[in-house]
Design a protein around this ligand. Sequence first.
Ligand SMILES: Cc1ncc(COP(=O)(O)O)c(C=O)c1O
Length: 408
Amino acid sequence: MIDSDVSTQGLPQLSSWARGIEEPALQRALAATTSGMISLAPGIPDSELFPLSDMAAAAAKVLATHPQALQYAVPCPPLKELICAYMAERGVKCTPDCILLTQGAQQALTLLAQLLLDPGRIVLEEELSYSGFQHAINAYKPEVVPVRTSVRNGVDLDALEQILKKTEGAAFMYVMADAHNPLGISLSLESRQRLAYLARKFQTPLIEDDPYGELFYTEERLQPVKALDDNWVYYIGSFSKVLCPSLRVGWIVAEPQHIRKLSIIKEGLDLNINTYSQWIVYEYLETGKLHSHIKRLRTTYCARRDAMDASLRSSALSCGRWVVPSSGIFFWIDFPSDINTTQLLSECLKSNKVAFIPSEACSRGKRTSGIRLNFSRCVPSEAATGIARIGDALQQMLNRSGLAIGAY
Ligand SMILES: Cc1ncc(COP(=O)(O)O)c(C=O)c1O
């Protein structure tokens, strides 16, 4: 019998985790872009640099020669072979059964959280870190213990060791040894060796997230931490920043028994396929053009980095402090603690048509006086205009508050 009095109002009750989800005010503000807005906020590649005709040829070849790539199928075996060859060049010995192909580094983080994290356990994260990492772990309501980060040298390993001594049984620690987001720095060899040593000594797995590792502006680059320890480091790579993010192709390197478990977990997310994209990436790599494409990205982004450095020096933002990034796609600028960069952003969005990421978003709300600026996406003249606009807003904010900021 259907009771006509039953109310049609109301919504189903959500899980306690989902009840806690709120769209961050910052994300809402950044999404509301207006015409003429210059955004130095997102961490994305320049779409003008995508290798369009080569991607089109690779996609056409897949459809002509591997139409089964559109079917439910096993993840692209020859792509795993190529990734193993690439990892070997970087000093990591692995076989295809050590590789899980993922939908980008973000899904790799989600999968590793499912593999390693139980509700309420401790996770160690640098105090300045990638904000998307939170989405991968928040469902487990972990206790996130922040580890001090130096804007010059990266994760503070003395602080990390002290924390590891005090906190028994952390589920894992999360680091970016190369091209840190948001700091744009890469760790020294000593730091990598000590990280591998600490992971082993305290039997705490390390998740090494490396989506920007190919974007370095130095003569040479060091091996990932994964090359220094097989068992305790889970390595994450991605084609998002060097090819195209929307293909959603990344990978995890781990021990085969854990890869098998991860592949079963992945079935729960997407039936463990994303094969069409994987085959496109494979066919593109087979042309041998990735190397010269990455070289072009490095040259272009390095010139944009230098141009942004010059723009910063001649702007009102020169009252802040920064290290010219040796890798990645971001500048990190620290201002005196009186400057609240979330307020600055709100001013910039309202009146100055320019956006950036304030430190609040990279520090779980704990830091309030830094900003992250992207230099890969805009041509230098546009970035310079953006910086001048932020500088105007900063100057107005200082004038209103009566603060006088000299060299910091
Ligand atoms: C540090 C870091 N990890 C992971 C990701 C996600 O990358 P992907 O597009 O490969 O999922 C990003 C994206 O910006 C990132 O900055």
